[in-house]
Design a protein around this ligand. Structure first.
Ligand SMILES: Cc1ncc(COP(=O)(O)O)c(C=O)c1O
Length: 383
């Protein structure tokens, strides 16, 4: 895989703080570059020099440029971007601001993110499951019938699954739903910076810290312009009065008090992603997923969960199923403590409609090397 230092992806590693850890958990949190880290620190220092609000005003152009880039990556107009604190916070804000009636139905995929399903029930929504094929891919013909015959208030699609390599044909599903007048929200927490997330959704939300390698504590909502005036942001009168006349109403979804340094850091990380070339990153991550699954294919005591990719892209995530009674949480701890290999123990509550048992998740970024994967191979316990 990566052959330092001639390989272009070696630079990705070289641009990050030196580490003796093997990082195979980008789906949990990517490693920020030194540039992103110094941008965050520099901005925080500027707040202490000029004052928090003065620093924010000074940074408005940087934030504006970040909004424009994120809007492009998420497929909306720049006025459709709101910064929040996480993907979970984004979903909560959307659920409060979208014109929804209690008791309405949201349709989800069986692979959908467990905490999102909890948030829907908490909001008083009825949750229906969309039909999928044997591999978990959405059945587009069944979707066409479903939205025509029993249209839900909205459809929620997780673009890239978190627990196994599964990428949904979201753009196609969005066109089908929109043709039937059903809005679509897309969870792009694992998609932004990983596959092409600009899918035409009515609302799409993501997080900074995973594949974009931005700071923690920052998330983003993107809303299609046809919905801007229909939203009901829960902003106070004071916040509304302070908005500029030509501000997009989507800005009212943002929390006024926020970790501005994190937002600025996300703008830096997005800039680096664009400089690398989003298409090149996607192609490399698709290769990384394939090469990882090949490298771990015949490890004793583990089974590689097959990948389900499609036109929408391919996942860099690998899921390993223990077949010799190993406890995934204990293996994850052992890998970290004994080998400094960072992985994720993915519990069934992540995807409660689909997962029956925990998986060990291996999620390298573009800089993974054959040596990294060989280390995991050697370290995985056969029983
Ligand atoms: C598919 C998916 N959706 C949502 C989330 C929640 O993201 P956050 O931790 O930023 O709230 C995650 C986090 O792992 C995820 O994988």
């Amino acid at each position: 895989m990566t052959n330092p230092p001639s390989d272009p992806w070696w630079l990705f590693r070289d641009n990050r703080p030196l580490s003796t850890y093997v990082h195979l958990d980008s789906a949990a949190a990517g490693r920020s570059s030194r540039k992103t880290l110094s941008t965050v620190a520099g901005y925080a220092e500027r707040e202490a020099i000029a004052g928090g609000h003065v620093a924010a005003a000074e940074a408005s152009r940087v934030i504006g440029a970040g909004r424009t880039t994120l809007a492009k990556l998420l497929g909306v107009e720049p006025g459709g971007i709101a910064f929040v604190e996480s993907a979970t916070a984004a979903l909560g804000v959307l659920l409060r601001a979208w014109p929804l009636m209690a008791g309405s139905t949201v349709a989800v995929l069986p692979s959908d993110w467990g905490p999102a399903i909890d948030a829907f029930t908490d909001r008083g929504l009825r949750v229906a499951q969309l039909a999928v094929d044997g591999s978990g891919l959405i059945d587009l013909d069944a979707l066409r019938h479903f939205v025509a015959l029993t249209p839900p208030a909205f459809v929620h699609l997780m673009m890239v699954a978190s627990h196994r390599p599964l990428v949904q044909p979201v753009a196609e599903a969005v066109s089908i739903c929109q043709a039937a007048g059903v809005p679509v929200w897309v969870d792009a927490a694992q998609a932004l910076g990983h596959v092409d997330a600009a899918c035409g959704a009515d609302a799409i939300y993501a997080t900074s810290r995973k594949w974009l390698c931005g700071p923690r504590g920052v998330g983003v909502i993107a809303v299609a312009s046809s919905w801007w005036r229909r939203l009901r942001p829960r902003a106070s009168e004071m916040d509304r009065e302070q908005a500029e006349p030509d501000d997009s109403p989507v800005l009212l979804l943002e929390s006024r008090e926020a970790h501005y340094a994190g937002r600025i850091g996300l703008c830096a990380a997005v800039g680096e992603h664009v400089a690398l070339g989003p298409d090149a990153v996607r192609a490399r991550l698709a290769d990384v997923g394939r090469l990882t699954r090949e490298a771990l294919a015949d490890v004793r005591g583990w089974e590689v969960v097959p990948a389900t990719d499609g036109a929408a892209g391919a996942s860099a995530i690998t899921a390993l199923r223990p077949v010799a009674g190993q406890k995934v949480a204990a293996v994850r701890s052992m890998l970290l403590t004994d080998h400094q290999i960072v992985t994720t123990a993915a519990v069934p509550a992540r995807a409660p409609y689909e997962m029956k048992e925990p998986y060990l998740r291996i999620a390298p970024h573009v800089d993974v090397t054959a040596e990294d994967l060989a280390m995991v191979r050697r370290a995985l316990p056969a029983s």
